[in-house]
Design a protein around this ligand. Structure first.
Ligand code: BES
Ligand code: ZN
Length: 879
């Protein structure tokens, strides 16, 4: 056990900062055995802050070397240094503070603050990493102008970067050199960045809507020089899109992207100097899958979009994190939808939300989009902040309409440019621009838990009217037992006997009757009556998933099959298929002696596989069976083994009965043309690889030779990895090992591909994977200091290989606990993220519960447990 309980930070305790920082002048001396940071702060008492308060600056793992106030050294009695702060009791209202600190980037395994990655220096300051560099008021509402001079050995570190524009450079003694950067925009310190290394530079330009020419520069290690094109193209598309859709123009003259191998997250939006995890920015046809290309496009866009939604307008405090993250995720998903297949994009977003965010929202870590408290802010970069936060913004878009939403965002950016604000200001701008009252809507930010909407209907044949009644409820979550109704935009359509869309004529509404309506639910129970119908329609509910809620309606299997074929909303066609398949899998679980899968499902899948006129991007999504993770989330008491068995049975039967269609589908979608990550080509590759994996699932000999051929002849990574995965998950023992060996031999010098090689093995549901996974941890390419390697082995095992992670003997849980404990000391952020598969132990069947709980208790017993891991573990065990 930790000896002391970490402090909880509350939103209600927010106070304005007592001191403001006008300017920060930094000078970094970078050496192999450490770095010296000279910081000169122009400080001033905040007229709206606490009067007479002492100056208190944040610091973490710093050695204070020098301290001067207005040019005078301070006597030791004039200040106090603690492990987390520097305090000076007597200061004037306006003064200059000079602080010199000594830090150890080469020993920094937490990857917060300044650290070294593959020989280069880089930084990660969000959320609270700047305090690991120098003493500073490390909070987002303190915004300052930064200048940064970086000094280092010229041969080792020819490239020296920071935010803004490079204004000076020159030579120093001993083979050293320096570059000075000025950032004209005041910013919170979490957006500070520095990079020093031997990097190659790729250049491009972008002309903004007002005709300014922007220098785009991408910096990568020399061996990655050929992997930059797609990121730079994505960047230019993002810049254009943000001008066209949001009217937002880029503001500096330079925009830089850097790729680093060791990074806790995906990427970071530092002002003018975005830093990326290599796996989220480098691509080439033969090393990156379609999914990787899509991820790169989305993340480049996301970080770029932050320049307005996050940087120009930033967060007042970290409780407002969704102000920038939720909004920016919404923006990047709009962008991805515009660049690719909107329906496929929506399906992917919703699948993630319903599987993982809904699980979070009903577990011990459930919190509102704007949390009320936290112990460690790093634990709050959650699916709720990001994905539910994006859904909340999306609902505003639905309620205001595209033009109203744009008016609201224009007003928000204009009003708050250069400010640090709250989610309330965002909603207020939407209200003011549209003349609407969003009081009830604000509850989406305040209440945790996924609303449940129960829908019932009745048809009056003689009157020709159809009634829909909606009842909403929100389950209790930690710290919130009572909930109030929320404002839910609920999009619907009605479908007639022949599959036609029916006009929605509301009783008492004299306007036209559209074929789709967004009903606004604001009360616990509401009824809507539609007239002019001569037969009972089938309702198409929550089209496009217009709100992040669970819908309950007693669909029959025939209704679902009907919706799968006829719903004009592509998302709902997919959803109907998912609901039908879930129902069939669940009924097999309830009666394990039942062996036949409902033949109607086979027919529906046959149709999907064979009809090439259907939208192939949608078809390939519809062919994916609901994941085990989703089935677990739907269960009251999840028994992972029986979920796995029932799902596998359905997959087997479908594959056996549709074997010829799978072969035909495979052949139809084979394409030897040049690789391009276009929506159509991505859909075809996905279909082909799904067909392949199904064929290998039933040990089909022809499937096997197709896979071996595809593996050796592939001209792109999607196909090569697709074949490898199918073989690895198959019973063809020899092909499995020979293709794994061949793949490693081919790509052993490419870390991103080796990470894929790790995760394909770690995620394989075959029996006995745990031993193989343990062996991977001993592999020479594995590196405990590299988060991507940890994620690709331990993360893939615990997060994707559910049948083995939840092995009956508890071995999976012990394995995870053991490695979390080791990582807790080196990288607590990564360790805390790995706890999440254990947190919902109460939702599993008795056979799993004890083992999961024991693993949590074992972690909790570590004496000096980090605050990060402590928060997640103690909240999981509490109550
Ligand atoms: N600001 C975050 C990165 C971040 C998060 C830094 C937490 C430090 C702590 C960045 O904008 C982000 O959200 N990145 C995402 C990817 C994005 C496409 C959702 C990430 O890194 O996963
Ligand atoms: Zn972000």
């Amino acid at each position: 056990m930790r000896t002391s309980q970490p402090q909880t930070i509350y939103l209600k305790d927010y106070r304005q900062p007592p001191f403001l920082v006008e300017r920060v002048d930094l000078r970094f001396e970078l050496f192999e055995d450490g770095a010296r940071v000279h910081s000169t702060l122009a400080l001033r008492r905040n007229p709206d802050g606490g009067q007479g308060a002492p100056l208190e600056l944040d610091g973490d793992s710093l050695v204070l070397e020098q301290l001067e106030l207005d040019g005078e050294s301070l006597a030791e009695s004039a200040y106090q240094v603690t492990p987390s702060s520097l305090r000076i009791d007597q200061v004037p209202d306006e003064f200059s503070l000079y602080v010199v600190t000594w830090i150890l980037p080469q020993d920094n395994t937490r990857l917060e603050g300044l650290y070294k990655s593959s020989g280069m220096f880089c930084t990660q300051c969000e959320a609270e990493g700047f305090r690991c560099i120098t003493y500073f008021p490390d909070r987002p509402d303190v915004m300052a102008r930064f200048s940064t001079r970086v000094e280092a050995d010229k041969a080792r570190y020819p490239v020296l970067l920071s935010n803004g524009n490079d204004v000076d450079r020159g030579e120093l003694a001993d083979g050293r050199h320096y570059v000075t950067w000025e950032d004209p925009f005041p910013k919170p310190c979490y957006l500070f960045a520095l990079v020093a290394g031997d990097l190659t530079e790729k250049r491009d330009t972008f002309t903004t809507m007002s005709g300014r020419s922007i220098d785009l520069r991408m910096y990568v290690e020399h061996r990655n020089a050929e992997k930059c094109d797609y990121a730079l193209d994505s960047l230019k598309r993002s810049m254009r899109w943000d001008e066209e859709v949001y009217g937002r123009e880029y503001d500096l003259d330079i925009f830089m992207i850097v790729a680093v191998d060791d990074f806790n997250m995906g990427a970071m939006e530092n002002k003018g100097l975005n830093i990326f995890n290599s796996s989220c920015v480098l691509t080439s046809a033969d090393t990156a899958t379609d999914a990787a290309f899509q991820r790169v496009e989305a993340i480049v866009a996301h970080e770029y979009f932050h320049n307005w939604s996050g940087n120009r307008v930033t967060c007042r405090d970290w409780f407002q994190l969704s102000l920038k993250e939720g909004f920016t995720v919404f923006r990047d998903s709009q962008f991805s939808a515009d660049m690719g297949s909107p329906t496929a994009q929506r399906i992917d977003n919703v699948a993630l939300l319903r599987t993982a965010q809904f699980a979070e929202d009903s577990g011990p870590m459930a919190h509102p989009v704007r949390p009320d408290s936290y112990m460690e802010i790093s634990n709050f970069y959650t699916l709720t902040i990001y994905e539910k936060g994006a859904e909340v913004v999306r609902m505003l878009h639905t309620l205001m309409g595209a033009d109203g939403f744009r008016a609201g965002s224009d007003l928000y950016f204009e009003r708050h440019d250069g400010q640090a604000v709250t989610t309330d200001e965002f909603v207020k701008a939407m209200e003011d621009a549209n003349g609407r009252d969003l009081t009830l809507f604000r509850r989406w930010y305040q209440q945790a838990g996924t609303p449940v909407v129960e829908v019932s209907d009745s048809f009056d044949e003689t009157a020709g009217t159809y009634q829909l009644t909606f009842r909403q409820s929100i389950p209790a979550t930690p710290g919130q037992s009572e909930k109030l109704p929320q404002h839910i935009p609920f999009a619907i359509g009605l479908i007639g006997e022949n599959g036609q869309s029916l006009p929605l004529q509301l009783v008492g509404d004299s306007g036209d009757a559209p074929e789709e309506r967004v009903l606004e639910l604001t009360e616990q129970e509401q009824t809507f009556t539609f007239e002019g119908l001569n037969a009972r329609p089938v309702p198409s509910l929550l089209r496009e998933f217009s709100a992040p809620v669970k819908v309950k309606y007693p669909w029959t299997r025939d209704q679902l099959l009907f919706l799968m074929t006829y719903d004009s909303d592509g998302f709902n066609r997919w959803d109907a298929g998912q609901r039908l398949t879930v129902d069939i899998i669940q009924s097999l679980m309830d009666s394990p002696q039942e062996t036949v899968v409902d033949p109607r499902l086979v027919t529906a899948f046959r149709h999907l596989l064979s009809d090439s006129r259907l939208d192939q991007a949608l078809v390939t999504k519809m062919l994916q069976l609901p994941t085990e993770a989703y089935l677990i989330e739907l269960a009251d008491e999840a028994d992972v083994q029986s979920i796995h068995k029932a799902r596998t049975r359905v997959l087997n039967q479908l594959a056996l009965q549709l074997r010829d269609e799978l072969i035909a589908c495979y052949r139809r979608n084979t394409d030897d043309g040049a690789y391009a990550p276009t929506p159509d080509a991505i859909a075809r590759r996905s279909l082909k690889n799904t067909a392949l994996s199904w064929l290998l699932h039933i040990n089909d000999e022809e499937g096997r030779s197709l896979a071996l051929r595809q593996f050796s002849k592939a001209t792109n990574m999607t196909d090569q990895a697709g074949a490898l995965r199918a073989l690895v998950n198959s019973d063809f023992e020899e092909d499995r090992t020979s293709s794994l060996d061949a793949f490693y031999a081919q790509f052993s010098d490419d870390p991103q591909v080796v990470e894929q090689w790790f995760s394909i093995q770690a995620a394989s549901p075959r029996a006995g994977t745990l031993d193989a996974v343990s062996a991977l941890l001993e592999h020479k390419a594995f590196d405990w200091k590299n988060p991507n390697k940890i994620r690709s082995v331990i993360g893939a095992f615990a997060g994707q290989n559910l049948v083995n992670f939840h092995a009956a003997d508890g071995s999976g849980y012990r394995f995870l606990a053991q490695h979390i404990l080791a990582l807790d000391s080196t990288n607590p952020q990564i360790a805390a993220r790995l706890v999440s598969p254990l947190t919902r132990w109460r939702r599993y069947s008795a056979s799993h519960r004890e083992g999961m709980k024991a693993a949590l208790e074992q972690i909790q017993a570590k004496p000096d447990l980090s605050k990060d891991v402590y928060e997640v573990v103690s909240k999981s065990l509490a109550g």
